[in-house]
Ligand binder design. Structure first.
Ligand SMILES: *[C@@H]1O[C@H](CO)[C@@H](O)[C@H](O)[C@H]1NC(C)=O
Ligand SMILES: *[C@@H]1O[C@H](CO)[C@@H](O)[C@H](O)[C@H]1NC(C)=O
Ligand SMILES: *[C@@H]1O[C@H](CO)[C@@H](O)[C@H](O)[C@H]1NC(C)=O
Ligand SMILES: *[C@@H]1O[C@H](CO)[C@@H](O)[C@H](O)[C@H]1NC(C)=O
Ligand SMILES: *[C@@H]1O[C@H](CO)[C@@H](O)[C@H](O)[C@H]1NC(C)=O
Ligand SMILES: *[C@@H]1O[C@H](CO)[C@@H](O)[C@H](O)[C@H]1NC(C)=O
Length: 540
């Protein structure tokens, strides 16, 4: 496997850039894996238009790979690496509205500078005193150095934190796992009829190594989303009772590769500053001449954070000042509304937050997979949550409750009193990106139909967020996978009239430790953002 890995990383060209300018697709190139031979999903050939979009999306998330095989000694070591806050242009004072740049030089475990890019770094500018924070943009110079760029948005202290999530060598392992080991995650179903019961293995695309074995085909007739189980020996396919997390394979990485995933060594470790790591920001000077001079300074790249925290509250850059909602104004805002929430447990957090303000109607569901419902008949409020379909990875869910979000959306009439909120990402990280693209494509089509059918429907899409990682989690749920899916999501929904909640930046900019389920403080800010869209401030 190590040999395979070395071959893989040496054969792939290294000029691709991790920052996402979608290239124009080239029509002559065909689709890429996993439209390949080793799965029974090879029949899912995309149409030519879909293949073009796939290609553009995959190109947009291309990530540079290490050029040569290495030993751990030669891989990126956050402890040896350093960053420097660059002096401002002309040594001027730093003011609100300026840009701050920190230059990161990555080094290996023997303290030698790295000469190629691909490390996964995240950057944050923050001030605990002011409850302020903003996500930085990291630019990979592909020579071992990186620039972290931040807008200066508040007056007062601001501190830079740079974190190496994974080395470029570790990312190459993740990339291999994603493309070649989508079998590393599998599922089971219980089949039962009378006194007979059997459990069988299920997945989106079962490996074709046992071609003689009969399958149960649960491919969805509306969307074409594939799902298969090995046919139980004595029971028929229509006796499927539930869907369960099945476990995972263990021979994923070699001993050498495992060294690239060590907590406190090379997973989410902070890179230190060679000098000061904080600056003091002065207020904006109201001086036309100066402002004019500043505005012509060429910035190195375009970056647009979607917002930032100040005094603990998220301020969005989309032009709408975020309103703060309490119990009374939440009820007021939701009066007459139906809020339909779909997705993984990161969307269920929204339901749980809101239901604290709405009496719950227990829909005989004891499981967190739902469906969940809360009703306030006095104010005519209906909150609903339903988890997304396979590959949802849960202890168990009743087979009849497995629904594709696109199909659920097709059942909504829509209209000005309907809110739809979606968050699907966490369960897709072990799978090839194409699986996610296909799912999002079905959802996008359903949203287009919904918006056409029910004008005024408010659609909110919540992005992926950062989470706590160790070795085991990294191999199937790394933030690197999430980041890639998140880029795909943004690209795919860019042209649609939807509200985007940037959970990625809201968790990166926040002071709390990364967590799959962000803390109540972050959820509250997300909900305020959503409710601001549901109930915009009245213009006086
Ligand atoms: C896939 O199958 C086709 C026909 O069986 C074969 O020509 C091709 O080389 C295979 N591709 C891969 C990547 O194995
Ligand atoms: C890595 O570095 C250590 C300490 O400098 C050295 O003992 C070891 O031989 C090196 N290993 C490799 C594979 O270069
Ligand atoms: C790496 O590239 C950047 C951008 O081109 C450049 O500013 C920097 O000097 C380079 N660093 C090294 C060590 O070559
Ligand atoms: C499963 O069913 C779908 C839809 O009927 C069909 O297109 C697909 O070819 C089937 N898969 C297999 C392996 O037969
Ligand atoms: C991720 O994969 C590893 C390696 O196969 C496994 O040990 C771990 O339990 C998996 N984590 C989850 C959450 O499934
Ligand atoms: C702005 O630029 C002009 C022309 O370069 C210069 O004369 C002037 O002093 C600058 N003003 C400030 C406030 O820096």
């Amino acid at each position: 496997l190590w040999q395979e890995f070395l071959e893989m990383i040496t054969t792939i060209q290294c000029h691709s850039h991790p920052h996402f300018k979608p290239d124009l697709p080239s029509p002559q190139k065909g689709p890429r894996p996993p439209y390949n031979n080793h799965t029974i999903c090879s029949h899912l050939e995309p149409t030519p238009d879909e293949a073009l979009e796939d290609r553009a999306l995959l190109d947009a998330i291309a990530w540079p790979k290490p050029p040569a095989p290495t030993s751990l000694n030669q891989t990126s070591d956050p402890v040896h690496s350093l960053f420097t806050i660059l002096p401002s242009k002309g040594g001027r004072e730093r003011r609100v509205g300026d840009q701050l740049e920190a230059l990161v030089q990555m080094q290996d475990f023997q303290g030698r500078p790295k000469h190629y890019g691909g490390d996964f770094l995240v950057a944050r500018l923050h001030s605990p005193e002011l409850g302020a924070g903003v996500a930085g943009t990291v630019v990979d110079h592909l020579n071992g150095s990186y620039s972290a760029l931040f807008p200066l948005l508040w007056e007062g202290p601001a501190q830079v934190t740079i974190t190496m999530v994974h080395s470029s060598e570790a990312v190459a392992v993740l990339q291999r796992l994603r493309e070649q080991r989508s079998d590393r995650f599998f599922f089971r179903s219980l089949f039962r009829s009378g006194k007979l019961s059997e459990t069988s293995v299920c997945n989106m695309c079962l490996p074709h190594n046992r071609p003689q074995e009969p399958l149960c085909n649960y491919t969805d007739l509306h969307t074409g989303e594939p799902w298969y189980c090995l046919k139980p020996k004595r029971l028929s396919c229509d006796t499927r009772i539930n869907h369960q997390r099945g476990g995972n394979t263990n021979d994923l990485v070699t001993h050498k590769e495992a060294l690239l995933f060590q907590s406190l060594v090379n997973i989410k470790v902070v890179v230190h500053a060679s000098g000061p790591d904080r600056i003091d920001v002065l207020p904006k000077k109201i001086d036309d001449q100066e402002l004019e001079n500043r505005s012509i300074e060429p910035g190195p790249v375009q970056y647009n954070p979607s917002g930032y925290y100040y005094k603990g509250s998220w301020r969005s850059f989309d032009g709408t000042p975020v309103r703060q909602f309490d119990a009374k104004s939440i009820t007021q805002c939701l009066t007459g509304k139906v809020i339909n929430m779909y997705g993984d447990s990161t969307m269920r957090q929204w339901f749980e937050y809101l239901r604290a303000f709405v009496p719950e109607f227990n829909l005989r569901s004891t499981s967190w997979t739902g469906p969940l419902m809360a009703v306030d008949s006095q104010h005519n409020i209906l909150l609903k949550y339903r988890c997304h379909n396979v590959p949802i990875s849960v202890p168990t869910i009743i087979a009849s409750e497995l629904r594709y979000v696109a199909n659920e959306l097709d059942r909504l009439p829509g209209g000005p009193n309907t809110v739809v909120a979606l968050s699907l990402w966490a369960h897709f990280t072990p799978f090839p990106v194409e699986v996610y693209i296909r799912r999002m494509r079905h959802i996008r089509r359903a949203l287009e139909r919904l918006l056409a059918r029910g004008p005024g429907t408010l659609v909110v899409i919540r992005s992926a967020n950062l989470r706590a990682l160790d070795k085991e989690l990294s191999l199937n749920h790394s933030d690197w996978f999430s980041l890639q899916l998140d880029r795909v999501l943004r690209n795919m929904f860019m042209g649609l009239a939807v509200v985007f909640v940037d959970a990625w930046e809201m968790t990166l900019a926040h002071h709390s430790p990364h967590n799959l389920h962000p803390p109540p403080d972050v959820i509250k800010n997300m909900i305020n953002l959503v409710l601001t869209q549901v109930c915009p401030a009245k213009k006086s």
